[in-house]
Design a protein around this ligand. Structure first.
Ligand code: PLP
Length: 373
């Protein structure tokens, strides 16, 4: 049995062996892709192979791929690259969208976390002459809930607005097709699909306006200056090629949720009424703080997270669950379980056992406290 069950793929997914191998090969070879000599040309070839692999994952043209340092930079680049516009974002976007556009108008979501299309339509109509950019993610990182991007694009197009879509959590888990979705900008991150951390891409649709704010060399066709992270990009390409085969984990996730609710009947699965990623479950064990659950599961050899992982390691109130109208005390008991490419049935069994043990411990101590009172 593995040392621990890793069920936190939405935080980061372990590096796929093919990605590791291609990175080692590139690291050994060295070379700057801008150099014209043999070593440079080899590095350039590695970057261009990866560009084709990443483009294929989302049905883009290779020339539409701009490599970045990750999903955060891709989101920032999209919001700045679209130029001076009115920005409209959903309330459940990742911080790398929300903080990159602090003046953005926030469009609410329903109790399942699905964007309110009528509110978006009204907001777009309220200032129809002003150029706008709408940014709505495809899949939410905390709940896995999928947004109706085709409808978002239709409304935006009717109002003459551009659309950015953060597909960092969706790519490799559900089919993503940039031209099928009809979006202008699309963000990706390697480490969410089994590539390395610190590399991602922004897809810029051919013909979409794009003004870079990066100053330096002319890398990435003048769209993102800086010597390319060649090994990271190669690992991203290899992982993207593997991820394109898809992940079919919904049956496992459903069985897992069924077991958790059977053990703790008042447990609540957030976003359960919406179409969701098959790998993600955001679930509350009633009365047990998320931090307590994360620690108890960790001791039992199971890695999960409390809502969104924060860089400080501190757990803050989930803005996503708040936007869905979940009361603060209930949101404080929500954990996120996310499966991935190397998840085994034994990992899920281990989580169910840990959940049962903790729930029994907590309910028994509640009973003893009540008896002692
Ligand atoms: N967008 C979403 C939906 C995410 O979940 C994340 C990471 O958690 C990001 C963007 C940022 O990606 P990265 O970690 O590559 O900067």
């Amino acid at each position: 049995m593995a040392a621990f069950a890793y069920l936190d793929h939405n935080a980061t997914s372990p590096l796929r062996p093919v990605a590791f191998e291609s990175m080692v090969e590139v690291l050994r070879a060295g070379g700057n892709p801008s150099s014209v000599h043999t070593a440079g040309r080899k590095a350039r070839a590695a970057v261009e192979t990866a560009r084709r692999q990443v483009a294929a994952l989302v049905g883009a043209l290779p020339a539409e791929v701009v490599f970045t340092s990750g999903g955060t930079e891709a989101n920032n680049l999209a919001l700045s690259g679209a130029g001076r516009r009115r920005v409209l974002v959903s309330a459940v976007e990742h911080d790398s969208v929300l903080r990159a556009a602090p003046a953005a108008e926030i469009i609410g979501v329903d109790g399942n976390g699905v964007v309110d299309l009528a509110a978006l339509e009204r907001a777009l109509a309220s200032s129809a002459d002003e150029p706008a950019l709408v940014s709505v993610m495809l899949a939410n990182n905390e709940t896995g809930v999928l947004q109706p991007i085709a409808d978002v694009v239709r409304l935006a197009r009717d109002a003459g607005a551009l659309v950015h879509c953060d597909t960092v959590q969706a790519a490799g888990k559900v089919p993503v097709e940039v031209h099928g979705l009809g979006v202008d900008y699309l963000s990706l991150s390697a480490h969410k699909l089994g590539g390395p951390t610190g590399v991602g891409a922004l897809i810029v649709r051919t013909g979409a306006p794009f003004a870079t704010d990066r100053r330096g060399g002319g890398q990435e066709s003048n769209r993102r200056a800086g010597t390319e992270n060649v090994a990271g990009i190669a690992g991203f390409g290899a992982a993207a090629q593997e991820a394109a085969k898809g992940l079919d984990l919904a049956d496992w996730r459903d069985r897992l949720e069924f077991s958790l609710v059977q053990i703790a009947p008042r447990a609540r699965v957030f976003g359960a009424g919406a179409i969701r990623l098959g790998n993600t479950s955001c679930v509350a064990m009633p009365g047990v703080p998320a931090e307590t659950q994360v620690m108890a599961f960790d001791l039992a050899g199971v890695c999960i997270s409390a809502g969104a992982a924060c860089s400080s390691g501190k757990v803050q109130r989930s803005a996503v669950l708040a936007a869905m109208g979940v009361p603060a005390d209930e949101a404080a008991t929500a954990i996120r379980i996310s499966l991935g490419w190397n998840t085994e049935p034994a990992d899920i069994e281990r989580l169910i056992t840990a959940w049962r043990d903790l729930y029994i411990r907590v309910t028994q101590s509640d009973i003893s406290r009540a008896e002692a009172a």
